[in-house]
Design a protein around this ligand. Structure first.
Ligand SMILES: *Cc1c(COP(=O)(O)O)cnc(C)c1O
Length: 414
């Protein structure tokens, strides 16, 4: 084995005792202020993989195989097997993965790419960086996933790709898009950044289109220790094109067949990702148990109509990247929750077409009613694989109070 030092009790006990001293003081100051609940806490994940990662990092540094080392190839093989595709190409981040997948699928400057208005802006950015045109469509009101009918209705002679986004941890209805898209010669490229481990009718998210891009940003279900991403496909030639494009357009050293870019998966990140991939299914089960627990804890608030709960669509194995409820007075509730120490977020507060970056599309409020209404009502509660029942209970108690407070406030203001 290695000469790596495990975290020593001295190193651990110093911050711990500082923390508890602080906690004692806080207790005395605010006797009833409960402990905060973070939105995401990756600490427990890190502790589980620490020994394995340290050994792997030692291997990388000893061999100085920083780019394209054996761990990169091993991870690509393991992730391809996990997603049940023939090929996986590790790249620098999720946005690059989407751009490279689109380019390798033949998307060109001026081409149109259809994508949902309710997504993280990176989906649209990947299109814009090619010089292609993002064509936004609305989502369905129940699951907030790309509306298949709206997507197909947006097809034109210039459409080159459709990008379903597997948002919040569940798979979009790709089977209602792909047949007609294929007949029209349009590539389906999945944005699988929030869906590692999700599947639909037994088929993995990331294996349902011509190709998929995913992100291993640290907070994703499978997260690196920095930026990382990958392209998945069952088309070995498309995978080869992604590899060339991400390696300065170079099929072999100093031959440059096309203008590419630099987007590669670092060996260091591959080490971390291999360790986490081995535990991903169990961690996703932790998220699923947490989502079930929220549904139970939030039942009274849902029954009274105060909170609208998220759900898995039929046929979907949901991996709960985010737990997104909807409610009235969202901003007031969010503020109160944060003041109570509950890490909450909004995904996403500004739909793509209403951002400054996409003003040039000329779309105003009213263009996508479902996305816009959701943007005003969405609230994401803390969720991560190791969240405890007690943390969830605290979050729900705080939410209940915050809703009560926001209601009395909004009643008071005519
Ligand atoms: C995180 C994310 C991306 C982009 O990933 P980066 O690694 O941050 O570039 C793209 N799409 C969605 C839906 C995401 O959540």
């Amino acid at each position: 084995m290695t000469t790596l030092t495990p975290p020593t009790s001295a190193a651990q006990s110093a911050p711990q005792s500082a923390q508890s001293a602080q906690a004692d003081q806080t207790d005395r100051l605010e006797a009833d202020a409960p402990e905060p609940v973070p939105f995401v806490d990756l600490g427990a994940q890190q502790r589980e993989i620490d020994a394995e990662v340290q050994a792997g990092l030692r291997r990388v540094f000893d061999t100085t195989a920083f780019i394209g080392g054996p761990d990169v190839q091993a991870f690509e093989r393991e992730y391809a097997a996990f997603i049940e595709v023939s090929d996986c190409v590790g790249v620098g981040n999720g946005t690059d993965a989407l751009e490279l997948a689109l380019r390798a699928a033949g998307v060109e400057p001026g081409g149109e790419v259809i994508l949902p208005a309710n997504t993280f802006i990176a989906t649209a950015e990947a299109v814009s960086r090619i010089g292609a045109v993002p064509v936004l469509v609305d989502v369905d009101p129940q699951f907030l996933l790309i509306d298949p009918e709206a997507a197909l209705a947006a097809l034109t002679a210039r459409t080159q790709a459709i990008m379903p986004v597997h948002l919040y941890g569940q798979t979009a209805f790709v089977e209602r898009i792909r047949p007609q898209a294929e007949r029209a010669g349009v590539a389906v490229i999945e944005d699988a950044a929030q869906s590692q481990g999700a599947f639909r009718h037994g088929r993995m998210a990331g294996s349902l289109g011509l190709a998929a891009g995913t992100s291993f940003y640290p907070g994703k279900n499978l997260g690196a220790a920095g930026d990382a991403g990958a392209v998945m496909t069952n088309d070995p030639e498309l995978a080869a094109r992604v590899r060339v494009l991400g390696e300065h357009g170079s099929p072999s050293k100093y031959q440059h067949s096309t203008v590419g870019m630099n987007s590669r998966l670092d060996t260091v990140q591959a080490v971390v990702l291999r360790a986490k991939l081995a535990r991903l299914e169990r961690w996703n089960e932790g998220r699923r148990a947490a989502a079930d627990r929220y549904a139970e804890l939030l039942r009274p608030l849902a029954d009274s109509g105060d909170v609208w709960l998220p759900a898995a669509a039929q046929g979907n194995y949901h991996v709960w990247h985010l737990y997104t409820v909807q409610l009235e007075n969202r901003d007031a509730v969010l503020e109160a929750l944060r003041a109570a120490g509950i890490g909450a977020g909004v995904h996403y507060p500004v739909p793509v077409h209403l951002t400054g970056a996409y003003e040039h599309l000329g779309l105003t409020r009213g263009a996508f009613p479902v996305t816009e209404a959701a943007a005003d009502r969405l609230l994401s509660l803390p969720i991560f694989p190791h969240i405890t029942a007690e943390q969830q209970e605290r979050a729900v108690v705080a939410l209940d109070r915050a809703i009560g407070r926001s209601r009395s406030r909004s009643v008071a203001t005519p």
